[in-house]
Design a protein around this ligand. Structure first.
Ligand code: PLP
Length: 396
């Protein structure tokens, strides 16, 4: 009889978004006249940049022509794109060889698939609250997880502490859900910890392009020693509106070696065995993202979301509500006012302002009492939602 992976029994059901959908549905049935504004979703709303669309149209036409048609491509990505990504790193002062770049269909699959190249008896260090994929993909393998707590005191940027033990460390900066961004000193502490313990950092930089403050690192490789201990995951989903188009990339430095094995060579082997690459058309679209004109067009979209985030942050500042993120991040993570729990505040906002956010408790136990709002919305909706929240919370 086929034996199943019983670790799946230990993965908690994700009720978060279905629970939100149910409550929103019930509310709209009983309040058909109310316009609900959704500030909970982590999906982009602006379309692809025109240059990206043109590049994909051109590539699609090439695929329909005998002379320019392409079949299977290299599993790790075409060199035209890997070289552009390597050049992009140069803008951060980081030198990455194109054979350290692995193009993929997005950061979610890479973050989960990277578990393949590590043994199951590793101890995994995961921040709480957290993007749920880090935790669930390790629970599915029965791995031991140690949580490091994010809280108001550490600004939701936990650091290594005396006695902390673990082999694989997940870090996400700018963070989903908290919007918090590690500075160089914070990242250096993690890099030093990893190098001192032979650990590996899986660094999720999916939101790096939202960092405006030049003093903050956009890549972990801006930190000395990181190439010896870190893998970096990146995505075009939020930076270039590719959530539905699907393209990301992972950097595995050749200097990263554990137990005499090159992680670059292992990831190469893993990808060429289990992955057949991203479509040529999408890679041409991704290539356009990294051209100067593509960067300019995408920057306009990022600016748009960043201004929405600033509007949210300003409103919370005016209301005297503690929050992290909002600057250098599309996420704003706020302390629920009046000591409300995450779900109490969710219901309070929905029922009294018809505004939907995400309860922080859905991202881990340290998220209880917090709430996530996102900047992925129209300007009009963002302003209207903030007006409603302001009116609600200043009502005597
Ligand atoms: N990493 C983080 C922190 C995210 O928030 C998300 C998406 O929400 C992803 C990765 C997934 O990115 P992709 O769309 O490239 O799979």
């Amino acid at each position: 009889m086929a034996k199943v992976n019983k670790n799946y029994k230990n993965v908690s059901e994700s009720y978060l978004f279905s629970n939100i959908a149910k409550r929103v549905n019930d509310f709209s049935k009983t309040n058909p006249d109310k316009t609900i504004i959704k500030m909970g979703i982590g999906d982009v709303t602006k379309p692809l940049a025109p240059l990206v669309v043109d590049a994909m149209k051109k590539a699609a036409a090439e695929m329909g022509n005998k002379e320019t048609f392409r079949g299977y491509g290299p599993e790790q990505g075409y060199s035209f794109l890997k070289e552009k990504i390597s050049d992009y790193y140069k803008t951060m002062g980081v030198s990455i060889d194109s054979d350290e770049v692995f193009v993929s269909d997005g950061a979610k699959s890479d973050v989960a698939n990277l578990t393949d190249i590590f043994a199951n008896d590793n101890t995994i260090i995961i921040p709480d609250p957290v993007y749920p994929v880090y935790l669930d993909s390790n629970i599915m393998l029965g791995r031991k997880v140690v949580f490091i707590d994010g809280n108001k005191q550490n600004g939701f940027l936990p650091l290594p502490y005396d006695g902390l033990q673990g082999d694989i460390i997940y870090l996400c900066s700018p963070n989903n859900p908290t919007g918090a961004v590690y500075d160089r000193d914070g990242l250096k502490k993690w890099v030093d910890f990893a190098n001192a313990n032979g650990a590996v950092i899986l660094y999720d930089a999916a939101y790096e392009s939202f960092i405006k403050d030049k003093s903050l690192p956009r890549s972990i490789y801006e930190i000395q020693g990181a190439k010896e201990c870190a893998i970096e995951l990146c995505s075009l989903s939020k930076t270039a509106g590719f959530t539905g188009t699907r393209c990301g990339y992972t950097i595995v430095p050749k200097a990263l070696v554990r137990e005499d094995m090159s992680l670059n060579a292992m990831w190469f082997r893993r990808q060429s065995t289990k992955f057949n690459g991203v479509s040529y058309i999408v890679q041409r679209g991704a290539e356009a993202v990294f051209t100067p004109e593509g960067q300019k067009q995408n920057q306009e979209n990022i600016e748009y979301y960043a201004e929405n985030a600033e509007i949210i942050a300003r409103t919370l500042t005016d209301l005297g509500i503690w929050f992290s993120g909002g600057i250098n991040s599309p996420y704003v993570w706020l302390k629920c006012p009046g000591g409300m729990s995450s779900w109490e505040f969710f219901d309070f906002l929905l029922n009294n302002a018809a505004v939907v956010g995400t309860p922080g408790s859905g991202f881990g136990k340290c998220g209880e009492g917090y709430f996530r709002l996102t900047a992925f919305n129209t300007r009009e909706n963002t302003i209207e939602a903030m007006d409603r929240i302001k009116r609600l919370l200043t009502k005597k």
